[in-house]
Write a protein that binds this ligand. Structure first.
Ligand code: ACO
Length: 448
């Protein structure tokens, strides 16, 4: 089989959001801290009628309908999520309701969990299945679904929520260049969820930022050396058209691209502009550790890489800035933003992806884009994603109301025997919602 990759995509995010500027004022943070400091505009969140299961049901149903896929044609379903609803029962099994209805229970795959990396693990599993001898000719389906919520404090504005579905198969318009993968995995406590009674993570913010950048460096080095081995020439930023990063908040994405630029400079200074070379020279002898601590390097490298950032990264930042950190879905929402913004010019182009999940697991990999056959072509994917309309249709909720919702959800987390308000007034037709959780913790959903 050739060109295994993503044939089709859809995204769902809650229609409820809070503006970062209003949240900033509400939290008593200095003006500009969330909007300029973190680089965020808006944050989506689930109200009490939505969760990672309802969002998955919504996005999978929508994808199957919009691309006219018979549920019987799905042979593998993999879910990536770090939002634990049940310690044993996978989210995948709830989604099976859609397939059971059409008589298809012959569907492999379960959930993958490791912070924001689970979606990438799920995606690799599906691609590997299609490329393997156990492939039965049907499609794979990957779902990334998360609701990112933090305790009150500096991490709270870096939440978000969304679910993304991706159909996997051969002859894909978005195919993997699997030879170039670079991975870096280690044991660290940067962000983790040891308290099983709470949805909130324990997070060492500063450490998580450094771990992210160290993982990025390590993956980029491996990615470059594989590229060189197979292509016989050095890789540099100019060899890819777009760079898409896991995006906890936009500022870290700006720093990440600057870091790649600095890596290029260190490896072969002649690939960067003369002016940039002169400005970066003072940092060329820093040790690795020193370079992560240097505020000056951060500032200068962001400044010299800015023109390239605007061209190669900016188009991926729309949804992550508008929705916030969607954990497993973040990197694929960033990728969907590139498709939304650039669908007419992507043929033949290369997109480099960096997936990071705390704890930590990370991989850099790349896609090659080509024309596909309807409905599996880039411009149709852009129209199904329907990003502008979905963003426009949202409802802005006050910070007070947002905080109240999170308080209610704290009580609901792990609880049994309750009914939701069933208030679906803000949801679009076709959206699934939570109706009740019975005395045996069984969850029931309905479709608006
Ligand atoms: N105007 C403009 N910028 C401002 C302002 C202001 N008024 N106030 C602060 N800033 C800037 C800061 O200078 C800083 O930017 P810099 O890093 O470029 O200097 C930025 O805003 C953030 O300010 P900090 O004081 O560093 O923020 P704080 O420590 O309060 O929180 C953090 C930020 C650590 C990201 C926190 O939100 C967090 O813990 N988030 C969750 C963890 C996370 O997302 N980690 C990323 C990788 S792991 C993962 O994906 C979950």
């Amino acid at each position: 089989v050739n060109d295994v990759g993503i044939l089709a995509m859809d995204i769902y995010f809650p229609p409820t959001c809070v503006q970062q500027e209003a949240l900033e004022a509400h939290d008593g943070a200095s003006k500009g801290k969330y909007t300029i400091g973190l680089g965020q505009e808006c944050m989506a969140f689930c109200t009490e009628v939505e969760d990672v299961i309802s969002m998955s049901l919504t996005v999978v149903t929508s994808l199957l309908e919009k691309y006219q896929i018979d549920p019987k044609q799905i042979g593998r379903l993999e879910v990536g999520s770090e939002t634990v609803i049940d310690k044993s029962k996978s989210i995948k099994t709830w989604i099976m309701q859609i397939f059971e209805e059409s008589g298809n229970t012959d569907v492999e795959g379960v959930d993958s969990t490791n912070a924001c990396y689970g979606g990438t693990a799920a995606l690799f599993n599906c691609v590997n299945w299609v490329e393997s001898s156990s492939w039965d000719g049907r499609y794979g389906l990957v779902v990334c679904t998360d609701s990112a919520v933090y305790a009150e404090g500096p991490a709270r504005p870096t939440g978000g929520a969304a679910a993304i579905a991706m159909l996997i198969g051969p002859n894909a318009p978005i195919s993997f260049e699997s030879k170039f993968r670079g991975t870096h995995m280690t044991h660290v406590y940067d962000f983790y969820k040891p308290n099983l009674a709470s949805e909130y993570p324990v997070v060492d913010g500063k450490l998580s930022q450094t771990c992210y950048l160290m993982a990025l460096d390590s993956c980029y080095k491996r990615f470059c050396s594989k590229f060189e081995k197979f292509e016989g020439k050095q890789f540099s930023i100019s060899d890819a058209d777009y760079f898409v990063f896991h995006s906890p908040y936009n500022k870290l994405v700006q720093k990440s691209f600057a870091r790649l630029y600095f890596n290029d400079y260190l490896r072969n200074s002649s690939v960067v502009e003369k002016d940039a070379r002169e400005k970066l020279e003072q940092f060329s002898n820093l040790t690795g550790d020193e370079s992560y601590q240097s505020r000056e390097l951060e500032k200068v490298s962001q400044q010299v890489s800015k023109p390239l950032y605007d061209v190669k990264v900016q188009p991926s930042t729309l949804l992550p800035k508008q929705i916030g950190n969607m954990y497993t879905a973040s990197i694929y929402a960033a990728f969907a933003s590139v498709i939304h913004n650039k669908y007419s010019t992507l043929m033949g182009q290369r997109i480099v992806m960096f997936s990071y999940g705390s704890g930590l697991s990370s991989t850099m990999f790349s896609f090659k884009l080509q024309d596909g056959q309807h409905p599996f072509n880039i411009s149709n994917i852009a129209s199904v994603l329907n990003v502008s309309e979905k963003l426009e249709k949202r409802h802005v909720i006050s910070p007070e109301n947002f905080v109240e919702t999170l308080k209610l959800m704290e009580h609901r987390y792990g609880a049994k025997g309750f009914e939701t308000s069933k208030d679906t007034s803000l949801l679009s037709p076709g959206t699934f919602y939570l109706v009740n959780v019975d005395s045996m913790y069984r969850r029931y959903y309905a479709k608006k």
